[in-house]
Design a protein around this ligand. Structure first.
Ligand SMILES: Cc1cc(C(=O)NCC(F)(F)F)no1
Ligand SMILES: [Zn+2]
Length: 311
């Protein structure tokens, strides 16, 4: 018999009920949404061969699978509705998520083809699929890969990570934190774009940097890609929300213009080896294209990058 899409239900990691598109297939139900691009599919990695997450009825009980699926759909919709982009490749590429990956793995990843989520160890992280900003972070790595494809080390790698955080925070739009709902150890978040120094980076045991003069120059973490990303994150936050930072005042222009500027810079102007200075130029150019060369948007970009010491 043929498969057809149905509306299904489930409870997420934290017991929150949600509704989403799934598929009726051979008398059972599976987390395969055929209504978005070439599909949104979620697998349970513990069943070995990445088998579909099945349910005998329309109520799915696997919290991680439910959250990963719903969060992938939300992120697909964000790129479609905000930028007219059809999935990571703008050609409807199927969005695959695997949950229960590893053994209490305290992370999530994009491996060039799919998202993977760990269950967390319950001490540092709750299951990471429960983080909408985490899902959007990982899928955004796919978007970066199909646009500027920023080399994943040094400054270009920090930009790669920053774009994942920027769009993660734009999809999970209620704050400027990453991972705030999946921390099990009482810390505020994994990272803060609003004030990166609110959090200590575990390997360097230093606060995340909020100025280029505080950048990490060692070799850990591919040259600090998850560390120096906070410098560009702070600039993005200032462009949107404004503020005074190291005696530089920025007049914010809001999330709607900020996300358009970053998407245009990423998809039109940045290349694999772009560094922070090129990021500043690309954002100024994108803001000028979109809102005029003498606009508040261009002024905000120039001020924000000056505020974090990038010229
Ligand atoms: C190590 C390490 C990994 C990460 C990270 O950003 N993981 C992806 C996220 F989505 F879980 F945030 N930060 O430090
Ligand atoms: Zn990342």
């Amino acid at each position: 018999n043929t498969a057809h899409d149905v509306t299904a239900f489930g409870t997420g990691v934290f017991g929150d009920r949600k509704m989403f598109e799934a598929q009726a297939y051979e008398g059972k139900f599976r987390l395969f949404d055929v209504t978005r691009g070439d599909g949104v599919v979620t697998y349970d990695n513990t069943t070995g061969t990445n088998l579909d997450v099945f349910s005998i009825n329309k109520m799915f009980k696997d919290g991680s699978a439910v959250d990963a699926h719903a969060n992938a759909q939300k992120t697909y919709d964000y790129y479609q509705d905000t930028f007219g982009r059809d999935s990571v490749d703008d050609n409807g590429q199927i969005l695959i998520s695997a949950v229960h990956v590893g053994n209490n793995w305290n992370n999530a990843s994009w491996n060039g083809r799919q998202m993977s989520y760990g269950d967390g160890d319950g001490l540092r992280f709750h299951p990471l699929a429960a983080g909408l900003d985490v899902a959007a972070h990982e899928m955004s790595h796919g978007v970066v890969q199909h646009t500027a494809n920023l080399i994943y080390r040094g400054e270009s790698g920090a930009l790669n990570e920053s774009f994942a955080d920027i769009f993660g925070a734009m999809v999970d739009r209620d704050d400027w934190l990453i991972g705030e709902n999946i921390m099990a150890d009482g810390t505020l978040a994994l990272r803060s774009m609003e004030d990166p120094t609110d959090l200590i980076e575990r390997r360097t045991e230093a606060p995340y940097p909020d100025h280029w003069s505080k950048r990490y120059t060692g070799t850990l973490d591919n040259g600090g890609v998850h560390i120096n990303s906070s410098i560009n994150n702070k600039a993005a936050y200032l462009i949107s929300e404004g503020g005074e930072h190291f005696d530089v005042a920025v007049n914010g222009i809001g999330r709607d213009k900020t996300e358009q500027i970053y998407y245009r810079a990423l998809s039109l102007y940045l290349t694999r080896s772009s560094d922070f200075s090129m990021m500043r130029e690309a954002a100024i150019q994108a803001a000028g294209d979109l809102y005029g060369s003498d606009s508040d948007a261009v002024a905000a970009v120039e001020q924000a990058y000056s505020a974090v010491g990038v010229y």
